[in-house]
Ligand binder design. Structure first.
Ligand code: MN
Length: 206
């Protein structure tokens, strides 16, 4: 990721939202953002800082904490909070006011090579978001030279599978329940069509 704020050492910081809390309306309300960013995301960061204080993880970057604790049964709480802290910062950057539309040229070509068309990519991504049973994330990632769709459960991250995240959509209920109740498909499709920040994905290709 190009911005170094996500890599800052302990205490892990809650990066500022990259836009005003009402910037994603009407797709995502300021009310949802106030809970999702101000309570959930902040909670993961605060919990993580408590868990890593005076441990071997206190001087590690967030990415390092995630890869060091992944799959270790006695480090689950640290992994979950670290990955959720990272995932949320990445999610906020995956969205923007007046997003959606056509991807920029370089990314578009890569999507067409990998999926056949931008529409096919969006369809597969949306289906993955809908197909994630329970809480999790639906991602576009770079796998070698190809763009792929992957879904992860709970806090799990493509970073631990050697994949490079390009964009993500949070499909935990807290991401959409205040605005959409149980209608996850309406939330996911509105995010892809109206908020997704294709330029951020193109930056992440580099
Ligand atoms: Mn969330």
């Amino acid at each position: 990721m190009s911005d170094d704020t996500i890599k800052s050492l302990s205490p892990i910081v809650l990066p500022p939202l990259p836009y005003a809390d009402n910037a994603l309306e009407p797709v995502i309300s300021a009310n949802t953002i106030s809970f999702h960013y101000g309570k959930h995301h902040k909670g993961y960061v605060d919990n993580l800082n408590k868990l890593i204080a005076e441990t071997e993880f206190a001087d590690m970057t967030l990415e390092k904490i995630i890869t060091e604790t992944a799959g270790k049964a006695d480090k689950t709480a640290i992994f979950n909070n670290a990955a959720q802290a990272w995932n949320h910062t990445f999610y906020w950057r995956s969205l923007k006011s007046k997003g959606g539309g056509e991807p920029p040229a370089v990314l578009k070509k890569k999507i067409e090579t990998s999926f056949g068309s931008v529409d096919a990519c969006k369809k597969e991504w949306s289906a993955a978001a809908m197909g994630q049973f329970g809480s999790g994330w639906a991602w576009l990632v770079l796998d070698g030279g190809n763009i792929k769709v992957v879904k992860t459960a709970n806090a799990d991250s493509p970073l631990t599978r050697g994949l490079k995240p390009l964009l993500t959509i949070d499909v935990w209920e807290h991401a959409y329940y205040l605005d959409y109740q149980n209608r996850r498909a309406d939330y996911v499709n509105a995010v892809i069509d109206k908020l997704i920040n294709w330029s951020f994905a193109e930056d992440n290709l580099k």
